[in-house]
Design a protein around this ligand. Structure first.
Ligand SMILES: Nc1ncnc2c1ncn2[C@@H]1O[C@H](COP(=O)(O)OP(=O)(O)OP(=O)(O)O)[C@@H](O)[C@H]1O
Ligand code: SF4
Ligand SMILES: [Mg+2]
Length: 383
């Protein structure tokens, strides 16, 4: 019979975990479904009014039958108004779960924010903590304040409805009050033109399958912009597209950002894309932030061995090499994280202190922060 120490669970143990999970998640769901929750329960204040979002010590866990997956485990970073923050890290490090926590679109009931705040700037000195806001409030926030561009445009569009009707519906739902049918259509056409679709009247009447991948992603971007959101989450928006179209979509997002003055959270595992798009960069590893700073800090002075490894594994034009560098080893199991630096088993730059507890984040400069023992002698604790 397989033992727990070998990574297997007995049926009895799995039943016990499942029962406990149900107890925990039921309590969270009950709180979220409450009606007429007073605003004071989720009203908060931005620590800096120049930010549109502040993630503060966010912990998002998945209560699965195999155990608790600590997908995001103490993440803090800010998204300043009108700026682009690039979030980078290898597959499974918690990039999407962080953004889904902001939208409160985690897979329920197993996915829950268990600790921390996500402060969303509502303007006029007001801010909401979305982790405490009930469902009925969140529905209003999605689209109007925060919207999302997904990786695969075909899954974001409904194949049986025309493009125009799908964008009209978004406007009607979030911003339709007092608008006639003609007003809504005019706004949809305006949006299609804004995202660079030349034949906007023609595309208005088309079905998603009649468009190319790049055109579909432009439509998805138009939908995300429909209600002038303050923050746009772009989760790998170009990964499903070929390189030339990818460059066009990145250009489009860059130009749009200046026009609409929204903040963008740009999630990708491609450092090249981040270099083109981001003002600030957050590097995630195994559910935590290992380094953050301005794009210049991260690209010219990378400090964490993981960030340095990511830089080295990127091809450079004009530099001839036999084989691209790859970081050895693999990410630890998210159900059973070690009690020392999560990168230690893959790190080629270990120092003696690395066998101690997980390293706290320290400041290398006012903007640049890293979580690594190599820099402990140089700087004081940032927390
Ligand atoms: N519904 C779920 N149930 C259980 N675990 C989940 C669920 N969704 C995500 N996770 C886990 O959370 C962790 C973070 O996942 P996430 O999707 O945020 O990764 P990511 O950084 O976006 O990766 P990628 O680059 O592949 O999109 C992973 O370990 C993943 O297995
Ligand atoms: S703390 Fe040590 S093991 Fe962890 S990344 Fe830094 S040098 Fe490597
Ligand atoms: Mg993802």
């Amino acid at each position: 019979m397989a033992k727990k120490s070998e990574g297997y669970l007995s049926a009895r143990e799995a039943r016990r975990i499942s029962r406990e999970n149900r107890k925990i998640t039921n309590a969270y769901e009950k709180a979220r479904k409450r009606k007429n929750v007073p605003e004071s329960e989720y009203l908060t204040q931005m620590h800096d009014p120049n930010n549109s979002v502040e993630f503060d010590n966010l912990h998002t866990y998945f209560f699965t039958d195999a155990g608790t997956v600590k997908a995001v485990d103490g993440v803090s970073y800010d998204v300043p108004i009108g700026k682009t923050v690039g979030v980078v890290g290898e597959s499974g490090c918690g990039k999407s779960v962080t953004s889904l926590s902001l939208m409160q679109l985690l897979q329920r009931p197993q996915g829950q924010v268990v600790e921390g705040e996500i402060r969303l700037n509502m303007g006029n000195g007001k801010a909401y903590d979305v982790t405490k806001a009930p469902n009925e409030v969140l529905q209003r926030l999605r689209g109007n304040y925060v919207s999302m561009i997904f990786q695969e445009p075909m899954t974001a569009l409904n194949p049986v409805f025309r493009i125009g009707d799908q964008i009209n519906e978004v406007i009607e739902l979030h911003d339709g009050e007092g608008k006639s049918e003609a007003d809504i259509k005019a706004r949809t056409i305006e949006l299609l033109e804004m995202v660079g679709i030349a034949n906007s009247e023609g595309v208005y009447k088309m079905f998603p399958h009649e468009l190319s991948g790049g055109m579909r992603q432009r439509v998805v971007i138009a939908m995300a912009l429909a209600c002038n959101p303050r923050i746009i989450i772009a989760d790998e928006p170009t990964t499903a597209l070929d390189v030339t179209i990818q460059a066009q979509i990145l250009d489009l997002l860059r130009n749009l950002k200046d026009k609409i003055n929204s903040s963008i959270m740009f999630i990708t595992h491609d450092l090249g894309v981040i270099a083109e798009m981001a003002d600030y960069v957050v590097v995630m590893y195994a559910g935590r932030i290992v380094e953050k700073g301005t794009a210049e800090d991260i690209f010219y002075h990378p400090a964490h061995p993981y960030t340095i490894g990511l830089m080295e594994s990127k091809p450079v034009v004009g530099k001839k090499i036999d084989k691209l560098y790859s970081i050895p080893g693999k990410v630890p199991n998210p159900i059973n994280m070690p009690d020392y630096c999560y990168f230690k088993d893959r790190c080629e730059k270990c120092v003696e202190r690395c066998s101690g507890a997980y390293p706290e984040m320290i400041s290398l400069s006012e903007t640049h922060k890293v979580s690594c023992y190599r820099y402990y002698d140089k700087k004081e604790d940032a927390k």
